[in-house]
Ligand binder design. Structure first.
Ligand code: SF4
Length: 110
């Protein structure tokens, strides 16, 4: 059977393009990712944020990972607004703060 004839091919291809852009394939740097094989829960559970950040801190592709993820997350408002999980050595709230900087100035209350 031609893989392009598989009923799930169009959906899978659309998902891959949404995740990885027009090429639809993961970037080459991913083969050097320290998190490959790690339980993804580690990166999406608040109790293990410090542990996930420690994994990222020793990753040789942290710069590429961070740049690609920021680019991907920045494509849509919902991704920026609901940024979550540890990726590229950053937490979702840190990335959210980058997309939507908050001022520290407070208005005086009369
Ligand atoms: S920086 Fe972190 S999330 Fe990115 S590839 Fe490396 S270990 Fe994985």
């Amino acid at each position: 059977m031609n893989p392009h004839d598989h009923p799930g091919y169009v959906g899978t291809r659309a998902l891959m393009i949404a995740l990885f852009g027009p090429s639809g394939t993961p970037p080459a740097w991913r083969s050097d990712a320290v998190c490959a094989g790690e339980d993804t829960e580690l990166f999406f559970t608040s109790d293990t944020t410090a542990q996930a950040l420690a994994v990222c801190s020793g990753c040789p592709v942290i710069a590429q990972c961070r740049a690609d993820h920021f680019e991907w997350e920045n494509r849509t408002r919902s991704r920026r607004f609901y940024a979550s999980g540890v990726v590229g050595g950053t937490t979702g709230s840190e990335r959210n703060q980058t997309y939507y900087p908050r001022t520290t100035t407070r208005k005086e209350v009369a």
